[in-house]
Ligand binder design. Structure first.
Ligand code: ZN
Length: 68
């Protein structure tokens, strides 16, 4: 049984609506962004290229689908 609240918010970075727990932008530490942009910013801070970020996010999406 799912207990998480599903409030919907819109990410100011990518403009997509998302549900669940937001991430906090690393640029100002107060803007809420979607988990995907949060992951991107984290990867970017590690010096990972956008192409690699896309691959990692794709892997994350795939593993989330597998969790059903
Ligand atoms: Zn986003």
């Amino acid at each position: 049984m799912k207990t998480e609240t599903s409030s919907t918010a819109t990410c100011p970075l990518c403009g997509q609506s998302y549900t669940g727990r937001p991430a906090v932008s690393r640029t100002d530490n107060k803007t809420f962004i979607c988990p995907e942009c949060g992951t991107r910013q984290a990867l970017e801070s590690l010096g990972i290229s956008i192409a690699e970020q896309n691959e990692i996010l794709e892997t994350i999406h795939r593993s989330q689908l597998d969790n059903h």
